[in-house]
Design a protein. Structure first.
Length: 290
């Protein structure tokens, strides 16, 4: 049986300390804040990031450079036979395409999974890869199973403010001003590659109801179980843990038999949507018999 290294990046929400606990490897995503480079969870904490964000710092996301991949892979292949690398969605970053291009030079030893996920759904892919590796699957088998199931996941995100979408040029200043005037709480979705608009709510309460209803609908209509059997229900948030815990209680009431994992949202997404966001996700479980 091959010895397989599992690699992801910090967009999964898996911290460096958790990576050591799990026996996996997490590449820190780089950020430029007022032209100074920082690495997520290395020299940039969640609290530091939001302090700089809300102070109006110029924050630019970036992708790892070529040597970040090759140096890590070369080091791991001294101790492992194969590598499964799970980066963030190719629709949200060039990280995945860079990894896929570089993997071509590794003669079938590095398998890059473009399963178009982010945050807690990406984290679930890592957990699935660990499960499959422990069950004796080869790196190619793990890659193929994750790719086969890549669309079996939904994310819905409520924004507390439109300011950061406007700042990043993702909506017009006029649309942001109108939304702010009407006190809208937009709900966004990730279904596959892109972050798209889903609904507009007038209140946080309404936005939460919209997201919960859609998760129920997805469980029933897309994943075959309204009650969520064999479906992972997870949550994410930006900076406001108290609000996130309150929302988790509401989601838990709908899915009482689930252990709901909740983590801070990836900083690569957070910088575009700002603090106060709440997200809920559903991901179809991968059977071990796959």
């Amino acid at each position: 049986m091959s010895k397989i290294a599992i690699v992801t990046d910090s967009n999964s929400g898996i911290t460096q300390s958790e990576a050591k606990q799990y026996g996996i490897y997490v590449m820190p995503m780089p950020f430029y804040i007022n032209d100074e480079k920082f690495l997520e969870d290395i020299d940039l904490t969640q609290d530091q990031f939001y302090e700089k964000l809300t102070d109006g710092a110029k924050i630019l996301t970036s992708a790892p450079v070529v040597t970040d991949f090759t140096d890590l892979w070369d080091r791991l292949l001294k101790d492992y036979d194969e590598i499964i690398h799970i980066p963030m969605s190719s629709g949200l970053s060039s990280t995945c395409s860079t990894a896929m291009m570089l993997a071509q030079d590794y003669e079938g030893k590095v398998f890059v999974v473009d399963n178009q996920r982010i945050s807690v759904t990406m984290r679930q892919s890592v957990m699935d890869a660990m499960m499959l590796a422990e069950a004796g699957k080869s790196a190619k088998e793990i890659h193929d199973i994750l790719m086969e199931n890549k669309m079996d996941s939904s994310i819905y995100i409520m924004l507390d403010t439109l300011y950061y979408l406007k700042k990043g040029g993702r909506i017009t200043p006029a649309a942001a001003a109108l939304g702010t005037l009407l006190k809208l709480k937009p709900v966004l979705q990730i279904q596959g590659e892109k972050l798209d608009a889903f609904a507009k709510a007038r209140t946080v309460k309404q936005a939460k109801s919209i997201m919960i209803k859609q998760i129920i609908d997805d469980c029933r209509d897309r994943f075959g179980s309204e009650k969520g059997e064999n479906i992972h229900i997870s949550m994410a948030y930006t900076h406001d843990l108290e609000a996130a815990e309150a929302f988790r209680k509401e989601v838990q009431e709908v899915f009482p038999d689930h252990e709901i994992v909740m983590n801070p949202l990836s900083l690569s997404v957070s910088c575009h949507i700002g603090p106060g966001a709440l997200a809920v996700t559903a991901t179809k479980a991968i059977p071990l018999s796959s």
